[in-house]
Ligand binder design. Sequence first.
Ligand code: AMP
Length: 380
Amino acid sequence: MSFSSLGLSESLLKVIQQQNYTKPFPIQAQAIPVALQGRDVLGIAQTGSGKTMSFVLPILELLRKASPSRNRHVGALVLVPTRELAIQVEEVVRLFSAALSERIKSLAVYGGVSINPQMIKMQGVEILVATPGRLLDLVSSNAVSLSEVRMLVLDEADKMLNLGFRDEMADIFKLLPEKRQNLLFSATLSKEVLNLNEILLYDPVVVKVEAQEQNLDNITQLAYYVTPERKGPLLRYLIDQENMEQVLIFVSETMRADAVVVKLRQNGIKAVALHGKLSQGARTRALADFKEGRITALVATDLASRGIDIEYLPYVINYELPRSPKDYIHRIGRTGRAEAPGTAISLVCEEDRHHFKVIQKKMGRWVNFTYTDDINLQGF
Ligand code: AMP
């Protein structure tokens, strides 16, 4: 299967080539042709499976052939759960739309920042990527109308339902025209997502990819058994020993993220925190600095890390274990993407041992354990 057999136009294929994407990921190979036919799609796929392009390319392909929407009436609406994801998805839209001869303007809108600049930028926007709350604010300020939406995408629908956007989404659905194409993507097919599917989709083509298994094969998983007092020094020792240049470190709460960052910096390691208490500007900057290699360690909480998308991230460290096995897989899945190998390290204390066993059992893999009592951590 090649990209050129999917029914995409030359200008989009050119961008794909420039990006060095040699062949479509399974979700792309399956979803793009049916989306191009105008069918509804229910895609079951993880973050990292390549689902963004599965909806961005059909949207561009279909909108470029359609007559433009009236001003402040968007033609395509992509709903996402977080600001980070909104920004990332819109970047992918822009990357591809820039190559088209038709001018298709896109915009990401999300809460936590002032609404006025977003209202001004809405002029002429054809593809809107939005978090639900801010979208409704913009609609009630008459900055945008959804009455001409031809294509609706729900990205990470399961997370949107978890994060409690249900009522807002119901309000949004009421504003949409009945006749439209729907593309719904979710990592899991939960009861809520199935219900959503029933009210939203018309005779959808269901596309399911088992990205999880594939991804785990590329990841070397290690666990270090350590006492709580030695966790910090061990973290710095590992970063030093492995010459880590880009490492994503997970912690369980905001305050811990800040504390770990302080210690890393005291030890000469360039580190930044990413958590929900930071301003949007600070979060965007932290991510950009990390992606572009200006900092070594990004210390993140689970919620803030949603949607972090880095192509070749070599290391993920669980400074603290996540509560659920699903989150563990989601965290370590940030490395070992795009077929590049990665390493996921978990720091495990006595009190976590049982929980870590549960995680491994659920994952169906056993992780190599190293005892660290003999490691001399003096100076770290
Ligand atoms: P996504 O699941 O859409 O967030 O994509 C995950 C990552 O895979 C992104 O960094 C994309 O740039 C990359 N990617 C998407 N499609 C392909 C492809 N066909 N070949 C290689 N990398 C890809």
